[in-house]
Design a protein around this ligand. Structure first.
Ligand SMILES: NC(=O)c1ccc[n+]([C@@H]2O[C@H](COP(=O)([O-])OP(=O)(O)OC[C@H]3O[C@@H](n4cnc5c(N)ncnc54)[C@H](O)[C@@H]3O)[C@@H](O)[C@H]2O)c1
Length: 239
């Protein structure tokens, strides 16, 4: 039996390429099959990694024999459908955040994961950061610890440009309201950290401001949340 666990990759844009580069040096995981809706992304990927095979489509990739898991790095809209196809095929799923733009589909999928014991994770990459570990440790020391008694939390995001330059090669979806915007793309990471430390958060109020074109993502957001009984203030904006 091979010492490697074979991973299929769907979505070969900015994040798909980053994951392929990481997998290339991994001791236990190995990318074997890839697919992207854009044939040019597939061609570029095969040129860089000639050992990979391109599937005929997402369903064909997921149904192929020998795969252990699927990494999904498409924009958010297809995440749920692809995850469920992978669960049907017995694969573990590592899905990029945000989980989805369809809350009902997400709730159904989370129930399924819990009911069937499916193996699934969302890539909130701060989960393994030393900063989060330090924050959790300090928080657990309580009022006598370095944080003292927490009165409130403030999360402030300010972008000189949206999308950010390192992700400028991503599709138009990133700057559009339906799937993109910095609230989903970036604030979600800090709400993840907030919930890891303080527990589940609820949104008390939110005021996003959108450009008048009806299509583009938010330019600013003011929101009030509460987590673990502590008020949380969010202020975010793009220049
Ligand atoms: N975890 C993190 O830190 C982090 C950072 C950046 C982005 N992301 C997330 O990763 C995902 C991808 O972001 P990106 O920056 O790589 O975007 P991108 O636009 O660079 O790449 C997306 C790729 O998916 C392909 N695609 C679109 N619809 C598809 C479909 N239905 N089936 C197959 N392929 C499809 C596109 O052709 C494109 O090549 C997003 O959900 C984003 O929010 C996560």
């Amino acid at each position: 039996m091979s010492e490697f666990l074979d991973v299929g990759v769907i979505g070969l844009g900015v994040m798909g390429q980053r994951m392929l580069a990481r997998l290339a040096g991994h001791a236990r995981l190995r990318a074997t099959q890839v697919w992207d809706a854009d044939p040019q992304a597939v061609a570029r990927t095969l040129a860089a990694y000639p050992q990979l095979r391109a599937a005929a489509g997402a369903e064909a990739l997921i149904a192929s024999s020998g795969l252990h898991s699927l990494y999904i790095a498409t924009p958010p809209a297809p995440h749920m459908a692809l995850s469920n196809l992978a669960f049907d095929a017995g694969l573990a799923v590592f899905c990029e955040k945000p989980l989805t733009v369809d809350f009902d589909a997400a709730r159904r999928t989370i129930e399924r994961i819990e009911r069937e014991g499916q193996r699934a994770a969302v890539n909130f990459s701060l989960a393994s950061s030393p900063g989060l570990a330090a924050l959790q440790a300090a928080w657990q020391e309580g009022p006598q610890g370095p944080i003292g008694e927490a009165q409130h939390v403030r999360i402030e995001l300010a972008f000189a440009a949206w999308p950010r330059p390192w992700q400028a090669a991503a599709g138009a979806w990133l700057s559009e309201r339906v799937e993109g915007g910095f609230t989903r793309e970036v604030l979600s990471h800090f709400v993840f950290v907030l919930q890891r430390v303080l527990g589940p958060a609820v949104v008390r109020s939110s005021r996003p401001v959108y450009p008048p074109d009806g299509r583009s993502a938010e330019r600013s957001l003011s929101a009030r949340l509460e987590a673990g009984g502590i008020p949380v203030e969010v202020e975010a904006r793009a220049a």
